[in-house]
Design a protein around this ligand. Structure first.
Ligand SMILES: [Zn+2]
Length: 239
């Protein structure tokens, strides 16, 4: 990965009533981007926070579990706060607890995202591969994550993982390409036949045209990988 950075300027800024934040800027050495000869397709989602075309899956189960706990605690605290308010008491302590809770939750998620993105970039670095992600710009209107998003992993966590992958790749000199995200879960990674019915269940992918069968989580990253090769053709450099 990148070598240690050099600290630039520091600024103390007010970040709310009675609290300050120290903002440090830091110069990092960015490794020169290597010309990729192949791509590691990465699908970022919810059931799996990430799955790559090598078959590595980063399950969202643990995150989901911690999150459910947080949701329970939060609603218990909120209930306690409103009961206090009804009695005309100020729920100051509870509000403080709620704030601590949400801080804990986002730190946990951030840590998970750091670890996954580090792993993904390490999987591509030094192998001659770049990383291919779905291009989610301009499709904000479409609900990529489905209805479950609100109760499950937050949108910001999903975006954070993507941005961590991108900046860690940049530091490591790993190229990143964004591919068309349409039908990545419906297209066969073997023959490119696209049909909603290829995806039999949440878990099973079976191509109606060529019979290729795999775990649905593993098909999409392979489609992403193939699209990357097309969208950014690999031209061998003259010796
Ligand atoms: Zn097929």
């Amino acid at each position: 990965m990148a070598s240690a950075g050099k600290i630039g300027e520091a600024r103390l800024v007010r970040s709310g009533a009675g609290s300050f934040a120290l903002r440090l800027s830091c110069f990092m050495r960015v490794l020169p981007e290597t010309n990729p000869t192949d791509w590691l397709g990465v699908d970022i989602g919810i059931v799996n926070l990430a799955a790559d075309s090598e078959g590595h899956r980063y399950s969202g189960a643990k995150v989901e579990c911690v999150r459910t706990e947080h949701v329970k605690t939060r609603s218990r605290l909120q209930k306690a706060a409103s009961e206090k308010a009804k009695k005309g008491q100020r729920p100051k302590n509870i509000k403080r607890k709620l704030k601590t809770r949400s801080g804990k939750e986002s730190r946990f998620m951030k840590d998970v995202n750091h670890r996954i993105s580090k792993d993904l970039v390490a999987g591509a670095q030094g192998t001659g591969r770049g990383i291919a992600l779905e291009d989610l710009q301009g499709i904000r209107g479409r609900n990529r994550l489905g209805k479950q998003t609100h109760t499950r992993v937050n949108r910001w966590a999903f975006a954070q993982l993507r941005s961590f992958v991108v900046y860690k790749a940049l530091l490591a000199g790993v190229a990143v390409v964004f591919v068309d995200p349409r039908n990545t879960s419906r297209e066969c990674s073997e023959c490119a036949y696209t049909d909603k019915r290829n995806r039999k269940t949440q878990a099973e992918f079976r191509c109606l045209a060529c019979g290729f069968t795999t775990h649905a989580d593993l098909n999409a990253p392979c489609v992403i990988r193939k699209r990357a090769a097309v969208s950014r053709p690999i031209v061998s450099r003259p010796a």
